[in-house]
Design a protein around this ligand. Structure first.
Ligand SMILES: [Zn+2]
Length: 250
């Protein structure tokens, strides 16, 4: 069920074992060739497909688009929810779900800058509701390494920013929003000399993207998208069935 399309009575009548799925994205620069809402569009597309596969088992929430994006604010149009306020918005959303009796909640993330704050929000929520199943992960984490190896041609076999992977996903899902003629391989010369440095994208890229965007194709995007949807769907099914936690011998 899609929360935003349902009535309150339809939500009232839902089985409380239903998994509430909260996508989190951003509205931040994605180089010269992708739109600002890229992360939100991509994670929303994965989550929507998961809901379509499990309409009776998943309650899909609207995506939180105002992410933690302070590292992109040098680029026009980028919006930063700020880290603490962002984490609080996720925690408050999870708290509303608990108020309505939902005890299976999962945050599906589309923006790396949100990751640690999603973790904070989920840990606070779990502390408040120890019996609940609560989790979070990026949608990209469900794509297995061997598929990434054979799908991505560039040397970076994961997701960066407005990169080969993200641009491919956008070419598959929203080709009309991709300015492929402006794509460039960017941010490749920078290797932070000290682990843990906090840096901004205007310090390490020319035009905001990070990775091999010029290698992107819609076909690669389709393969990555389908793998992510399959992985997230299986995970939500497992949570719905109450088998998220296995005894150690399994
Ligand atoms: Zn992105």
């Amino acid at each position: 069920m899609v929360l935003g399309h349902a009535t309150w009575q339809e939500v009232r009548d839902l089985d409380r074992d239903t998994v509430a799925l909260l996508p989190t994205g951003s509205c931040e620069q994605h180089g010269p060739h992708l739109p600002l809402l890229t992360d939100t569009l991509l994670v929303s597309a994965v989550a929507r497909e998961v809901e379509k596969a499990l309409p009776n088992d998943v309650l899909l929430l609207p995506a939180i688009w105002l992410g933690a994006s302070s590292h992109h604010m040098a680029f026009d149009g980028s919006m930063d929810g700020t880290e603490v306020a962002y984490a609080e918005s996720v925690r408050a959303t999870l708290a509303c779900l608990a108020t309505h009796g939902f005890h299976h909640t999962f945050v599906l993330n589309g923006h790396g800058g949100n990751t640690s704050y999603n973790d904070t929000a989920c840990r606070r929520h779990k502390a408040a509701h120890p019996g609940h199943v609560v989790g979070h992960s990026g949608y990209f984490a469900w794509i297995e390494a061997d598929l990434l190896d054979k799908t991505l041609e560039g040397p970076v076999k994961t997701i960066r920013h407005a990169c080969e992977a993200e641009t491919s996903l956008m070419l598959h899902l929203h080709p009309d929003l991709v300015r492929m003629d402006r794509a460039r391989d960017d941010g490749l010369a920078t290797v932070p000399p000290v682990p843990g440095l906090v840096w901004h994208f205007d310090e390490c890229t020319e035009e905001g993207s990070h990775g091999y965007a010029t290698l992107a194709t819609a076909e690669k995007g389709r393969a990555l998208f389908e793998a992510s949807v399959a992985g997230v769907t299986a995970a939500m099914e497992a949570i719905r069935q109450g088998v998220a936690l296995f005894p150690a011998e399994h």
